[in-house]
Design a protein around this ligand. Structure first.
Ligand code: XUL
Ligand code: CO
Length: 433
């Protein structure tokens, strides 16, 4: 036991009237919702990097957090793991997620970094025997080290491609060993700073081949989890290739990987791409591409990826509504890819940020469930498309322009516009949220 969280109790559900800060008011893991435990609906995950490795810097100033495990030794990496699993226990977090770079010190060579990773993975594996937290996903950090400044798979230097491939292999092995339910690829530097030095065609072909190799390797080692791409339009690169769900779908189709790879959709990234979170989720679901979510928001004014803990129940309810309509999570879950504000220095802040986030997600989930169980919204949607249920309309899709033109003339088809009823539906929505 470390003493980092000394005095902080395990967080329990006490109900909406509880005056205890260190309690859940809405998140009740065992409560049955739509035939499933709330914990199994939401599948919360703590992001190792923001919670335990982020020093609190911003573009104008460096480290604000002073954590006893900050430093580059294996002993400190193990202390960090000890604290992390203590926090998972305090929160009752069912899952965590990690990058190689936030769990182990960087070595002087690839071989040394690999040894460090393997030692920490064994350390995690031993902890997971006595703690109940599981791995939602693992991933490789292919964006922080200067070797990746011009991209990883899309780098103009084939040696960087090789280094990235070896790194991803090591992280897939680690994820597989820890029973991870997904493997995520976020291409933060798979993009460009300027078209003046960039060959788009080559870079796309390199990225496509890289992803094929990831899928081939997944099957080779028998990893049963899902491979997920996390779209983001820009930041750190000026333009990123995995811009949004639609772009990722086009890329997957081009390389014949649409049956193999799904998406991890982040709220803040959706906003940066000019979409809403629910749009990205609904689109992914309609393309059979939905995998998992990163439930962290951006500040709407700053235009940066500020990775804040979620706090907007009506917005989140839209997201969970789309997730439930799509059948809920399978291998995916709700990862808080969120960091504290840099003034939030205390261990309490770290715990309470997660408690609040879990509670607002639970409220959003419950609102979405109530709306779905009420059914009026889905009935209205079905009624809007009811015309397409007739034999004639279905047959029309199997005919051609000339045949349809003939029918319009012979039947005197003369469509009459009908209300989309948006405000009525918004009123209905607002009764539940
Ligand atoms: C960056 C981001 C990443 C991915 C994993 O914006 O979201 O943390 O979630 O690499
Ligand atoms: Co993310």
């Amino acid at each position: 036991m470390t003493d980092f969280f000394k005095g902080i109790p395990e967080i329990r559900y006490e109900g909406p009237d509880s005056g205890n800060e260190f309690a859940f008011r809405h998140y009740n893991p065992d409560e049955m919702v739509m035939g499933k435990r709330m914990e199994d609906h939401l599948r919360f995950a703590v992001a190792y990097w923001h919670s335990f490795a982020w020093p609190g810097g911003d573009p104008f100033g460096g480290q604000t957090f002073e954590r006893p495990w900050f430093g580059d030794t294996m002993d400190l990496a193990k202390m960090k793991a000890d604290v992390a699993f203590e926090m998972f226990d305090i929160l009752g977090a069912p899952f965590f997620c990690f990058h190689d770079a936030d769990v182990r010190p960087e070595g002087a060579t690839f071989a040394e970094s690999l040894r460090n990773l393997e030692e920490i993975v064994d350390y995690f594996a031993a902890k997971m025997e006595t703690h109940s937290t599981r791995l939602l996903w693992g991933t490789a950090n292919l964006f922080s080290h200067r070797r990746f400044m011009s991209g990883a798979a899309t780098n103009p230097d084939p040696e960087v491609f090789a280094y990235a491939a070896a790194t991803v292999k090591s992280c897939m092995d680690a994820t597989h060993k820890l029973g991870g339910q997904n493997y995520v690829l976020w291409g933060g530097r798979e993009g460009y700073e300027t078209l003046l030095n960039t060959d788009l065609k080559r870079e796309a072909e390199q990225a496509g081949r890289f992803l094929e190799m990831v899928v081939e390797y997944k099957h080779k080692i028998g990893f049963k989890g899902a491979i997920l791409i996390e779209p983001k339009p820009q930041e750190p690169s000026k333009h990123q290739y995995d811009y949004d769900v639609a772009t990722v779908y086009g890329f997957l189709k081009r390389f014949g990987l649409e049956g193999e790879v799904k998406v991890n959709i982040e709220q803040g990234h959706a906003i940066l791409a000019g979409h809403s979170f629910e749009h990205e989720i609904a689109l992914a679901a309609s393309l059979d591409l939905f995998g998992s979510i990163d439930m962290n928001r951006n500040d709407y004014q700053s235009g940066w990826d500020t990775d804040q803990f979620p706090d907007n129940v009506p917005e989140m309810a839209r997201a969970y509504y789309e997730i439930l309509r799509a059948g809920g999570f399978t291998t995916g879950g709700t990862n808080f890819d969120a960091k504290l504000r840099r003034q939030s220095l205390d261990p309490d802040d770290l715990i309470l940020a997660h408690v609040g986030a879990m509670d607002v997600c639970a409220r959003a989930l419950k609102a979405a469930v109530a709306l779905l169980e009420d059914g009026a919204l889905e009935r209205a949607r079905e009624a809007r498309y009811a015309g397409w249920d007739t034999t004639d309309s279905k047959a029309m899709l199997g005919s051609g322009l000339a045949e349809i033109a003939g029918q319009v003339l012979s039947k005197g088809i003369n469509p009459q516009p009908r209300s989309g009823r948006q405000e009525r539906l918004e009123n209905l929505w607002n009764q539940f949220v």
